[in-house]
Each structure stands twice: as structure tokens, then as C-alpha cells.
Design a protein around this ligand. Structure first.
Ligand SMILES: [Zn+2]
Length: 377
């Protein structure tokens, strides 16, 4: 009898903890869908010190100072990942509003849900089926885009494949080919998954047009583009294209923090990915291409901040889910439940507090660095 009471007591405590945790996770910064996320980000501009700039594809806020330094924080380039990015942006706005903001502080630009269509539909891709974080290319190199891995796994990620055949293909080609194929994308068939496009998409063009109006040629920019869904193991990664940049960041900015930097150019899996928004060459090239003025002296540092989510099987299944619904062109009929399921997989409840805390931490480190170094960079 006594044991039973103790058991019931423990079960009660566990349930209570779960309940409280859920309450806490229904966090003030997280949202369940795009509509709520948009309302939330506006509500965190409670003292209206961030200026809202109306754009077609996304919402942009800027907190201006007298500094020539800027931090850009962007979210929702992949629509299925946006709620974490949006939550971190809300946290940043909240903290900036609560604390002192002087004229020496870096300007802060928040670009909320770049891929609005994807955010509304819990879809990685935009309306034209393009992966925007592979689309930031000069598009003269497009003919050279050859992805052998994608060709191998084409059947896995394309429609009308029978279930058992699908499983057989997964076993045959294995996760390396799958990851490689997916991550590099393809531009052979605009209806297939992981299409990188053949021209810069309107979201990308507008992003650079608007940013160009807010900064100057002597500006120093630090850009954090927030993603979730990279690898397994629930960690934070910082994806960068070249070794020098990683060294610079490690030695100057992230001195006292542990960050998993991944040099994409050194990895067999990722070395041919060229179209990231935060790659310095892409950013400066596209800024000059779509911007309202020329930028020759600009200093730019960009990180693709990735929070890893789940195991590979889930990742593959979600992709397959997209395949089934997306390619049959019934995506708009995706039920709310499926949309939410996708968001839950890419932004798991269990890690939401970690994501916000850790995402905000990076912002703060960069913010303080830019604020203090006035002349060094
Ligand atoms: Zn992503």
C-alpha cells in the first residue's frame, strides 16, 4: 500500500512537471503558425522603436543607431523551419527593448519569414518550388550544376514511386547519397524536390534591394540566418564556407564560447553547395546586382546558424511527406494537422528553450563585439 502511494506520488510529480514544462514551452516567443508569428513579432515591437518596413515577401524591422555596424537576423528562408527563427527574433526584440540601446550599438535588422509562402504552408520551398538557400547564386554557373548523388536518389524523392520500391531505393543508396543529393539540390527539373532554380527568386531580389537601402558602402555587416533541421543530435552548428572566416570568428568573436563550426568547403557532403544566402561572395554579388547603389568597401560576415533536430529517418519521412502531397499539387489542401506535424519535427518542443537561449546568446555575443570594437574591424 505504502509503495503504491509512493508510486502515485511520483507519477503525479512527473505529470505535474510535464504540465508545467508544456506551459513554459507554450513560450511567449514561439508561435504555432505564420499568422501568430507575424502578430507576435509586431507585438514585441511594443515601444515602436524598431521601424517596420513594408515589403512584399517578408516583414522587416530596423532599430537604428549612429553606428556603421549592422546585425541582420533573418528567419524562414526554409518555411518549415521558421518558428524557431521567429521565436529567436522575438526574444532579440524583447531584450533590445528592455535594455539600454545607445547610439554606439550596432543597427539591428530583423528580416522575418523571408519565404512567406513556405512559412504559411510549412514548406521548405517557395511558391515556385525553389530552395531559397541554394538560390543565392550568380546563375552563370548554373549549367555546371551537376549533382550525381541527386541523380542516384531521384527516384526516392520524386512522385509515384511505390512504397516498397521507395524503401528498396533508400536501402540501396544509403543516407550519404540521400543527404548529399538533397543538400546540393538540382536544377534539371523544376517540379522535382530540392530544385535550386535558374534565376534568383523574388524573395532574394527583394531582400537585397531593401537591405541596400538601409546600409552604406562603409558598413560592417554581421548576418545570422537561422535554420533548423541539420543533422541529428540536437546541437547548434555554424555553417561557413571558408577556413579563414572560421578562424576570424573563433579568434575574435566567439572566443569564450563553444560553437560547432562546420567548414562546408572541406566536407565531401557539402563542398559543392554554393547557393547559401550567408556566403560572403553571394551576399556582396547579389547586393550589387539588386541593390540601389554600389558596394565596394563593405565588410560582411555571415553565418548560417543551424539547430539540428532529429534522426535521419524522420528527415527522410518528412521529405517523403512533402513529395506525396506537394507533387500531387494538393499541397494547399494539406491539413492543419500535417502542417503542424512538419513544424513539430523541424522545431521539436523538447528543444525550444535551448534554441531560444542559444540563438539569443550568439546574437548577444556578436552585438557586444560590434558595440565594443568601434574602430578595429
Ligand atoms: Zn534550412
Amino acid at each position: 500500500m505504502k509503495n503504491l502511494v509512493i508510486l502515485i506520488y511520483f507519477i503525479f510529480i512527473i505529470l505535474l512537471k510535464k504540465f508545467l514544462k508544456k506551459k513554459k514551452l507554450n513560450d511567449i516567443y514561439y508561435s504555432k503558425d505564420y499568422e501568430e508569428a507575424k502578430k507576435k513579432i509586431i507585438s514585441f515591437n511594443y515601444d515602436k522603436k524598431f521601424k517596420e518596413i513594408k515589403c512584399n515577401n517578408f516583414t522587416l524591422f530596423i532599430r537604428q543607431s549612429n553606428s556603421n555596424k549592422y546585425i541582420i537576423v533573418s528567419s524562414g528562408l526554409h518555411g518549415n523551419e521558421f518558428i524557431t527563427g521567429s521565436a529567436i527574433q522575438c526574444k532579440i526584440m524583447d531584450e533590445i527593448n528592455k535594455n539600454e540601446f545607445t547610439e554606439e550599438c550596432p543597427n539591428i535588422i530583423i528580416v522575418h519569414c523571408i519565404n512567406k509562402y513556405g512559412c504559411i504552408n510549412s514548406d521548405r520551398f517557395n511558391k515556385s518550388n525553389v530552395d531559397l538557400n541554394r538560390n543565392c547564386l550568380k546563375f552563370s554557373i548554373i549549367d555546371e550544376h551537376d549533382n550525381k548523388s541527386y541523380n542516384k536518389i531521384k527516384n526516392i524523392f520524386n512522385p509515384r514511386l511505390k512504397f516498397f520500391k521507395w524503401i528498396k531505393n533508400i536501402i540501396k543508396y544509403g543516407s550519404n547519397n540521400i543527404h548529399n543529393g538533397l543538400l546540393k539540390g538540382q536544377n534539371e527539373n523544376k517540379n522535382n524536390l530540392y530544385y535550386i532554380g535558374r534565376k534568383n527568386e523574388s524573395e532574394i531580389c527583394e531582400f537585397f534591394e531593401v537591405i541596400s537601402k538601409l546600409i552604406n558602402d562603409n558598413s560592417i555587416i554581421f548576418h545570422i540566418d537561422i535554420h533548423t533541421g541539420f543533422k541529428g543530435s540536437f546541437k547548434k552548428f555554424c555553417l561557413i564556407q571558408d577556413e579563414n572566416k572560421i578562424n576570424f570568428l573563433k579568434e575574435n568573436i566567439f572566443k569564450n564560447t563553444k560553437i560547432n563550426f562546420i567548414n562546408l568547403s572541406e566536407s565531401d557532403l557539402y563542398k559543392d553547395i554554393n547557393g547559401f544566402l550567408t556566403f560572403e561572395n553571394n551576399f556582396i554579388f547579389l547586393l550589387n546586382k539588386y541593390g540601389k547603389k554600389k558596394f565596394l568597401n563593405l565588410k560582411y560576415h555571415g553565418i548560417c546558424q543551424e539547430f539540428s533536430i532529429a534522426n535521419k529517418i524522420k528527415y527522410i519521412l518528412v521529405a517523403n511527406l512533402f513529395m506525396k502531397y506537394n507533387r500531387k499539387k494538393i499541397k494547399n489542401k494539406l491539413t492543419k494537422r500535417i502542417k503542424r506535424k512538419i513544424l513539430n519535427i523541424y522545431n521539436p518542443d523538447k528543444y525550444k528553450n535551448f534554441y531560444i537561449k542559444s540563438g539569443y546568446e550568439d546574437f548577444k555575443i556578436i552585438f557586444n563585439y560590434l558595440k565594443d570594437i568601434s574602430h578595429k574591424m
